[in-house]
Ligand binder design. Structure first.
Ligand code: ADP
Length: 320
């Protein structure tokens, strides 16, 4: 079709989520196997909204890896960028739901297949065909996937893609907080579009005041659009010419997993069709309203992928 391609690069894994909260992982009566990994969620978010998406990353050649590849396929995401490692297993995350609603993660990365993606294994033709290239930070943590990540970014940029970055901080995966901050900021000025959460804003700036002044600390001259998502408080946007905020939708929230990925997927879907969106404030506000609606809907169901909306769901929420 004539649709333009959004390539999402990084990890895909399975979250083992206990069926109850407030007990330790070992005490939970059962688990749900929830496919996730922010870059994979974004690819599926795009596809569910009718966009064309491809996921680039490595899975284990095991039952979990095959299950994840099937999920991408069933959701209409191209598998041209998926690789299977012959030795290593698919990454797993063991989640504890604390009584206060926060999540704690323990990861199987020993190493997991995603960490072993090598630059020379990348499908460069696929990456060159991207109009938008999206990535996170987890693939920056270790070699060789770090080099693969940097190479893929470079090839996408050279081919004229818009680069979209969601640092998607998972602090326990990093050797230290300082290292995380340093590495995340080391690729900051390569992106055209960056989305951070309020937690990431605080972490990266060292300031606990979530305001425009703090957000501006993350502004770089080469950026086209900086977004800060604030959960039930909606989102804020910054461009070189204007900035502002767009309110969230009121919904019945049961699980916020994937809201940010849904927001990003929606934004990228709109921008790939019209790259002038960040230059026009009223168009941008319209798109962020759409993206906020996607994020909101994603919180109304358990899990990330099952909760990602189709366009009709989004329009139903927007048009009340
Ligand atoms: P992240 O998942 O990256 O932390 P957020 O939780 O801020 O990102 O969610 C992204 C967007 O989804 C928000 O900007 C907001 O529009 C929407 N959203 C998230 N949580 C809620 C909520 N509880 N109620 C309504 N909208 C929400």
């Amino acid at each position: 079709s004539g649709k333009t391609l959004i390539v999402s690069f990084g990890e895909m894994l399975i979250d083992f989520v206990p069926t109850v909260s407030g007990v330790s992982l070992a005490e939970a009566p059962g688990f749900l196997k929830a496919p996730g990994g922010a870059p994979a969620n974004v690819a599926i978010a795009v596809s569910r909204l009718g966009g064309k998406a491809s996921f680039v990353g490595k899975l284990g050649d095991d039952d979990f890896g095959r299950m994840l590849a099937d999920i991408l396929k069933q959701n209409g995401v191209s598998g041209d960028g998926i690789l299977f490692d012959e030795g290593a297993r698919t990454a797993l995350a063991f989640v504890t739901l604390r009584a206060d609603g926060e999540r704690e993660f323990m990861f199987y990365r020993n190493p997991s297949a995603d960490m072993l993606l090598k630059p020379e294994e990348l499908n460069l033709d696929l990456i060159r065909s991207a109009k938008v290239f999206h990535y996170g930070s987890i693939s920056l943590i270790v070699e060789p996937c770090r080099s693969a990540h940097l190479k893929a970014m470079e090839v996408a940029k050279e081919s004229g893609a818009l680069l979209s970055y969601d640092p998607n901080l998972r602090l326990p995966l990093w050797p230290s907080a300082d290292e995380a901050r340093k590495q995340i900021l080391s690729i900051w000025d390569k992106a055209d579009i960056i989305k951070v959460s309020d937690v990431e804003l605080e972490f990266l700036t060292g300031s606990d005041k979530i305001d425009d002044e703090t957000a501006m600390k993350l502004w770089r001259p080469n950026l086209t659009l900086l977004l800060v998502t604030l959960g039930e408080k909606g989102s804020r946007y910054y461009t070189k010419n204007f900035h502002g905020a767009v309110d969230a939708f009121h919904v019945n929230t049961v699980d916020t997993t994937g809201a940010g990925d849904s927001f990003v997927g929606a934004l990228l879907c709109k921008i790939v069709e019209d790259p002038t969106i960040p230059e026009n404030e009223s168009k941008l506000r319209e798109v962020l309203k759409f993206a906020n609606a996607c994020g909101a809907i994603t919180t109304t169901k358990k899990g990330a992928i099952p909760a990602l909306p189709a366009e009709a769901d989004v329009l139903a929420l927007i048009n009340g």
